[in-house]
Design a protein around this ligand. Structure first.
Ligand code: GLY
Length: 322
């Protein structure tokens, strides 16, 4: 559906074809070669994409999805795409009908381990803005990758209202769309929203009631960062019930904000862990280096024996700046 909308709206995206049977899909892979991306056409709980580095990997993925029905009905038809190369970033906007108001951009750290190693998670930390993707470039990307989609949805008689989270690749040929999510990202939202200077509720209400174009929405030009504290065992089976102290101290540090995700209060009123990703420690600063140092001071103020977190959130962005 996304690819059809992109083509109708002339939105830059990876070249693609859809296949309902296996033989032509395998033939296409042999013609195009690897690397190549195989996607189940249906919803597959985040497991429907294989970035195949070899033709054999691609063929195995096609067979698993189409022949062995490894993803059930979701893999009955597949989309095969060109593999995009570049830096992957996320672009966020409030949208209502033809109106899009930029929220900002962020870069997630998806793997559990430092140096981008280990299994994928929901996201272990984010920086905003990504290095080299400033507000002017974000606005330009919105013009090319989001506004034409909104126009196309209006043209189809199904206007979109909500938050768009566009996953895109910054390629040598400019930004290209990978996917649209219709929600905030976690932990991208925390890094973006701590820079919101106006109120969030009127912004959300204006999306719902169609007054987005006249609503005051202002963000600071600060840099920001979010660092996830997860419970030992995540992304497998996280340890629950550990007592967490120091959140108030962290919140008192300059520029630091701590968000709860997987916490609860026990009978004695203590905060205890109750989930995989448990807290997100965020900070703003006039530079990424300042925001990062503030956020890690916030992490250090929190006392929780079962906490795991990445020590290298923002490191790659800092290297890219240098
Ligand atoms: N952090 C990625 C997501 O929310 O999908």
């Amino acid at each position: 559906f996304t690819k059809d909308v992109c083509d109708a709206a002339r939105i830059p995206t990876a070249r693609w074809e859809r296949f309902d049977s296996m033989a032509p899909a395998l033939e296409f892979v042999r013609r195009r070669g690897a690397p190549i991306v195989i996607k189940a056409d249906g919803l597959a709980a985040g497991k429907g994409v294989v970035v195949a580095m070899t033709e054999t990997e691609a063929e195995d993925a096609i067979r698993a999805m189409m022949d062995d029905a490894s993803l059930g009905d979701a893999g009955r038809s597949v989309v095969i795409e060109e593999c995009l190369v570049g830096d992957e970033v996320s672009l966020f906007a409030f949208c209502a009908g033809e109106t899009a108001v930029l929220i900002g951009a962020a870069q997630d750290h998806k793997r559990i381990g430092e140096g981008d190693t280990g299994p994928n998670t929901g996201g272990m930390g984010a920086v905003s803005p990504p290095t080299g993707f400033d507000r002017a470039r974000q606005e330009a990307a919105l013009d090319v990758l989001v506004r034409p989609m909104l126009d196309e949805m209006v043209r189809r008689g199904t206007p979109f209202r909500g938050v768009i989270f566009a996953g895109l690749m910054l390629t040598d040929d400019g930004p290209k769309l990978i996917e649209y999510n219709v929600r905030f990202g976690d932990p991208e939202a925390q890094a973006l929203l701590i820079r919101l200077e106006s109120d969030l509720l009127p912004a959300l209400a204006s999306v719902a009631d169609g007054t987005l174009d006249t609503t005051d929405i202002r963000f600071s030009d600060d840099h920001s960062i979010s660092i996830v504290l997860a419970a030992r065992g995540y992304p497998g089976k996280p340890v629950a019930g550990g007592v967490i102290d120091g959140i108030a101290e962290a919140n008192h540090l300059p520029g630091v904000h701590v968000f709860h995700a997987g916490t609860r209060q026990d009978a004695e009123g203590r905060i205890v862990a109750a989930g995989g990703r448990v807290l997100t420690v965020c900070a703003t600063g006039t530079t990424l280096a300042e925001a990062r140092s503030r956020a890690y001071h916030g992490v250090a103020a929190i006392r929780w024996d079962d906490a795991i977190w990445r020590r290298d959130i923002g490191e790659r962005a800092l290297r890219a700046e240098a």
